[in-house]
Design a protein around this ligand. Structure first.
Ligand code: ZN
Length: 527
């Protein structure tokens, strides 16, 4: 009569033990390292372009001028990359993509009769896709009203209709502790990017563009943003953040931190009169993607890309990424076809600083042509860390901390981890693609549309500024990065395509991420 309950208890214990073992297994087991990766160390020193050669390409690209998408300088850069791809033996072509070109021609600000140094907010005052904009011959004269940081609460009870708003634009903060807490892997052997390392995040200012949109929605006729957390400069050529035109319909201007502070101190309690000028054109233009093919034994494609368009004659953003692509194209162009299992596709994209039309066009073509791109490898921003000290910008002597976003696949994570260690890419974290951060890189569109990605990036504060000159490039990292990625490409080339494209759900990393999210939510509730 009684064996049944006893069996049940034993069963339950056994089942619990199995579950516990499974949980422990899932929580502690690392993805198996690919046995082949260490054998694939094909990219030995000396075979790939050295630091000097890669840096030479960066300087030549920078010498072509401001590479804003759709401009003649941008086209010249596409042709420069095309010529190099051809010289390296690639089957290369330009792919034109139509786009509107937003261009500011005149801007200015006076408040209570005094001129205030300023720079335009890129892509503001855009009301019709192909129509220019003007503040009129005398500019827009209106009352200026300061609304703090321009958050929802700041606008409460403030009538900004018909006025020019002045706001403090705050940047988010990048914290090393936050990236390492969700990372697959971190590599910082000298401990130069410790947990308390942090810097302002130039990519996504914390309260911009939400405060801009709030001002426009409430009827403001102009937006003036003080770059409160930036270097003390106003030449911040912001990104558009969206992939559609006409999101910011009123004119916008940037002020430096100190000019903004002076202006705020000079404002009267009310009745401040401002005149804002922003004139410009929006014209039909053409962006050019550069595609270079190296066929291999199979039609499976390993794609390697960066983007050549930029805010200025920018060195780190992203002449450095394009130069890395050139180094890899030159290297693999010299490998006989019979030694390449897969087809390699080297790409330099346009329109990162527009609406990613070039990226979307390429994705559509890949789909239409049924090209089997098994992985998209992206290289961006080989830059030095530069900080502001006593009002001066100074190099810290280190490379800017960097991240490599990798689609959740044990083979790829292991490959990238090994390459980072082998080539001593210090200050690197290998990051998942499934966090709330997504993949904030040139690979973003590809990741969102289901491509497997490996995307290297770093976030120096100067990448949107004209100070992004060749001296900001992390010269001694140029060849090691190329070597690391050559190793990754070789390993992928030799592995079965299904091993590369297989999606996994790796409990160890997932639990790590969910624990961070749970703690974040708990902290939010507590505060
Ligand atoms: Zn970039």
């Amino acid at each position: 009569m009684h064996p049944q309950p006893r069996r049940s208890t034993t069963d339950k214990t056994a089942r619990l033990t199995v579950l516990l073992l499974l949980f422990i297994y899932a929580a502690v087991i690392q993805p198996a390292l690919p046995a082949s990766a260490a054998d694939c160390q094909l990219a030995a020193a000396g075979q790939l372009a050295g630091n000097d050669e890669i840096f030479g390409w960066i300087k030549e690209i920078c010498a072509l001028g401001n590479r804003r998408p759709g401009t003649p300088e941008d086209r010249k850069t596409a042709e420069y990359v095309l010529d190099h791809f051809k010289a390296f033996g690639l089957d290369a072509r330009l792919e034109p993509v139509p786009m509107p070109v937003w261009n500011a021609t005149k801007w200015g600000l006076t408040v209570n009769g005094a001129d205030v140094p300023c720079f335009y907010i890129n892509h503001s005052y855009w009301t019709k896709e192909f129509e220019g904009f003007t503040a009129g011959p005398g500019g827009i004269a209106a009352e200026m009203v300061y609304v703090g940081e321009g958050r929802a609460d700041d606008f409460k009870g403030v009538d900004v209709r018909g006025k020019i708003v002045l706001v403090d634009v705050r940047f988010g903060v990048l914290r090393q502790s936050e990236t390492t807490s969700v990372a697959y892997f971190g590599y910082d052997p000298r401990g130069t990017a410790p947990a308390d390392w942090s810097q302002p995040n130039p990519y996504s200012p914390d309260n911009f563009p939400s405060n801009f949109q709030r001002a426009a929605k409430r009827g403001a006729v102009g937006f003036v943003g003080i770059l409160a957390d930036y270097y003390d400069r106003n030449t911040f050529y912001n990104e558009l953040y969206v992939e559609e035109p006409c999101k910011w319909p009123i004119p916008g201007l940037w002020l430096s931190r100190s000019d903004g502070a002076r202006l705020k101190a000079s404002l009267k309690k009310d009745g401040n009169q401002a005149t804002l000028v922003l004139d410009g054109t929006v014209t039909p233009g053409t962006a050019y993607n550069v595609i270079g093919m190296l066929s291999g034994k199979s039609d499976d494609i390993v794609m390697v890309h960066s983007h050549h368009d930029a805010p200025w004659s920018s060195a780190v953003e992203d002449a450095s990424g394009v130069a890395e692509v050139l180094a890899l194209a030159k290297y693999f162009g010299g490998v006989p076809k019979e030694q390449r299992e897969k087809t390699l596709m080297f790409v330099s994209l346009d329109t990162h600083f527009s609406m990613y039309q070039g990226h979307l066009d390429l994705i559509k073509k890949i789909r239409d042509r049924k090209m089997n791109v098994i992985v998209d490898i992206v290289l961006e921003h080989i830059g030095k860390e530069v900080v502001e000290k006593d009002g001066q910008l100074v190099e810290t002597g280190f490379v800017e901390p960097r991240g490599i976003f990798v689609t959740e696949n044990p083979f790829l994570i292991a490959l990238v981890t090994q390459a980072v260690e082998r080539h001593n890419l210090e200050r690197t974290v290998v990051l998942p693609t499934y966090t709330i951060l997504g993949v904030p890189t040139d690979a973003g569109d590809f990741n969102r549309r289901g491509f497997t990605v490996i995307s290297l990036i770093s976030p120096p504060l100067y990448i949107y500024d004209s100070i992004d000159t060749p001296d900001k490039v992390a010269f001694d990292q140029l060849n090691p990065v190329a070597q690391a990625f050559a190793d990754i490409i070789v390993s992928i080339d030799r592995a079965p395509a299904r091993q590369t494209s297989r999606r996994a759900w790796i409990p160890k990393y997932r639990f790590q991420y969910y624990a961070v999210v749970a703690k974040y939510i708990a902290d939010m509730i507590r505060n």
